[in-house]
Design a binder for this molecule. Structure first.
Ligand SMILES: NC(=O)c1ccc[n+]([C@@H]2O[C@H](COP(=O)([O-])OP(=O)(O)OC[C@H]3O[C@@H](n4cnc5c(N)ncnc54)[C@H](O)[C@@H]3O)[C@@H](O)[C@H]2O)c1
Length: 232
């Protein structure tokens, strides 16, 4: 059984569908059924999932939220809200599911960070900090649980064609007052070496690979799937 958070979103739905195609049963955690930004009770909800469906062999922390703003423009409350979904929820779900994975002989966790786990971007104080922290949480936990056969990796997607990216691009355009080419056209001349954004399936393929036995000797990576953006 695999638990996938944000399974109703662009990348999460692609991950869930790909896992199901491979015969894996998927339990999704997403709005409106569960607010991952509400940290209280999240561990208990995870224990309920285990009681109903058995121990998860795979956990994919994909749900995410964003906020456009510099440090000065970001309130502490907003920072906390972004961290609650992007960092505290993965932390609490790892905390809840890892002991069951250990007891079951192993498992695989894939956290979805961002290229912002590796590089900075403008007006992204809260989001960038949350994703960089998720990358480091992944590395630290991978060291702690490797000998118990729990592999923990991170996928760091670049710009991917989902509702979240479309909203971010609209917000940035409004902020700058500059008309921007929409969709793929805006990426042809960008600093993405492949000259386009990703399709959610291209991110899901990396997630499903890292979750699978094919990646049995891979743990602790923050794996960019970004068309080369972070190497350019
Ligand atoms: N799209 C991109 O360009 C891009 C780039 C880098 C990283 N990411 C990351 O990929 C992941 C998936 O994003 P996406 O692009 O598919 O966006 P999306 O908006 O399509 O999906 C996000 C999902 O997270 C869920 N979610 C948000 N807040 C939640 C909450 N409080 N409780 C429960 N669920 C909540 C949403 O309901 C939705 O299903 C996110 O972690 C995002 O930060 C996306």
């Amino acid at each position: 059984m695999a638990v996938v958070t944000g399974h109703r979103g662009g990348i999460g739905s692609a991950v869930a569908a790909m896992l199901q195609t491979q015969g894996c049963r998927v339990v999704g955690l997403d709005l409106p059924d569960i607010d991952l930004g509400d940290s209280a009770g999240l561990e208990a909800r995870a224990q309920q999932v285990v009681a109903e469906h058995g121990p998860a062999r795979i956990l994919v922390n994909c749900a995410g939220t964003t906020f456009i703003g510099t440090v000065v423009e970001t309130s502490l409350q907003t920072l906390q809200q972004v961290f609650a979904v992007n960092l505290y929820a993965p932390f609490l779900l790892m905390k809840a599911f890892i002991p069951h994975m250990v007891a079951a002989g192993g498992g695989s966790i894939v956290n979805i960070a961002s290229d912002q786990a590796l590089v900075g971007k403008p007006a992204s104080a809260a989001y960038g900090a949350s994703k960089a922290a998720l990358g480091q949480l992944t590395r630290s936990a991978a060291i702690d649980w490797g000998r118990d056969k729990v592999r923990i990796n991170c996928v760091a997607p670049g710009s991917t064609d989902t509702a979240m990216l479309r909203q971010v691009m609209a917000d940035l355009q409004e902020r700058s007052g500059q008309p921007a080419a929409s969709g793929q056209a805006g990426f042809a001349s960008s600093s993405v070496p492949l000259g386009r954004m990703a399709h959610p399936d291209e991110i899901a393929a990396a997630v499903v690979f890292l979750a699978s036995e094919a990646a049995s000797y891979i743990t602790g990576t923050v794996f960019p799937v970004d068309g080369g953006f972070t190497t350019a």
